[in-house]
Design a protein around this ligand. Structure first.
Ligand SMILES: C[S@@+](CC[C@H](N)C(=O)[O-])C[C@H]1O[C@@H](n2cnc3c(N)ncnc32)[C@H](O)[C@@H]1O
Length: 174
C-alpha cells in the first residue's frame, strides 16, 4: 500500500513539474517579440528549395526556435546561424546539434535577432507575426548585402514584391 501511495505521489510530482515547465516555457513568449511557433515539417522542403542553399553559404534564422531550419540548411552544406532568446529552445538546439554532430555547421547566438549581423548572410529566414512584418522588412532590406535571399514564412513583406512564392512561403532577393 505504501509503495502504491509513493508511486502516486511521484506521478503527481512529475505531472506538476511538467505543467510548471510548460507554463514557464510559454510565459517566456510574453517577454519576446514573437511567440514560438515552429515551421511545419511539410513547409521545410519548400523553404529549402526556394532558398537554393549552396555548400559553403551562410544561412541566418531570425528567431531560430528549436533549430529545425538551421539543421535543414546545414544538411545542404551551409553554415547556419540562429538568433534565439528562449533558453529552453536554445538548450534543445544545442542538444540536437551535438546529437547530429553538427557542431561546426550550426551556431546559436543567444542574442536578440535585432542585433544580428545580416551582412554575413546569403540566406535569411523570417517567420513573424503580421504586426511585426514591416519591422522585419526594413531590418533586412537596410542591413543585408546585394544578392542575399530572404525567405519569409506566412506573412509576406508589405512593400516588396517577392521573386517567387509557393505554399505560403515567399522569396525576396536584395
Ligand atoms: C515564429 S517562431 C519561429 C521559429 C523557427 N524560426 C521556425 O521557423 O521553426 C519565432 C522565434 O523567435 C524567438 N524570438 C522572439 N523574439 C526574439 C528576439 N528578440 N530575438 C531572438 N529570438 C526571438 C522565439 O523564441 C521563437 O522561437
Amino acid at each position: 500500500m505504501q509503495i502504491f501511495v509513493g508511486a502516486i505521489l511521484v506521478i503527481i510530482a512529475l505531472v506538476l513539474l511538467f505543467v510548471i515547465l510548460v507554463g514557464i516555457f510559454y510565459s517566456i513568449d510574453l517577454f519576446l517579440d514573437l511567440p514560438y511557433v515552429a515551421t511545419q515539417r511539410n513547409k521545410i522542403d519548400t523553404i529549402i528549395k526556394l532558398a537554393q542553399i549552396k555548400k559553403g553559404e551562410t544561412a541566418v534564422d531570425l528567431g531560430s526556435g528549436d533549430g529545425r531550419l538551421l539543421f535543414a540548411s546545414a544538411k545542404k552544406g551551409a553554415k547556419a546561424i540562429g538568433y534565439e532568446l528562449n533558453p529552453f529552445l536554445i538548450a534543445l538546439t544545442l542538444i540536437h546539434t551535438k546529437l547530429k554532430g553538427l557542431g561546426n555547421e550550426v551556431w546559436i547566438e543567444r542574442k536578440s535577432m535585432w542585433t544580428a549581423d545580416l551582412k554575413v548572410a546569403d540566406v535569411i529566414f523570417v517567420y513573424s507575426l503580421k504586426k511585426h512584418i514591416k519591422k522585419f522588412e526594413d531590418f533586412v532590406f537596410q542591413n543585408t548585402r546585394p544578392g542575399t535571399r530572404i525567405i519569409v514564412n506566412l506573412h509576406p513583406f508589405p512593400d516588396k514584391k517577392p521573386a517567387k512564392s509557393k505554399n505560403g512561403i515567399f522569396l525576396y532577393k536584395i
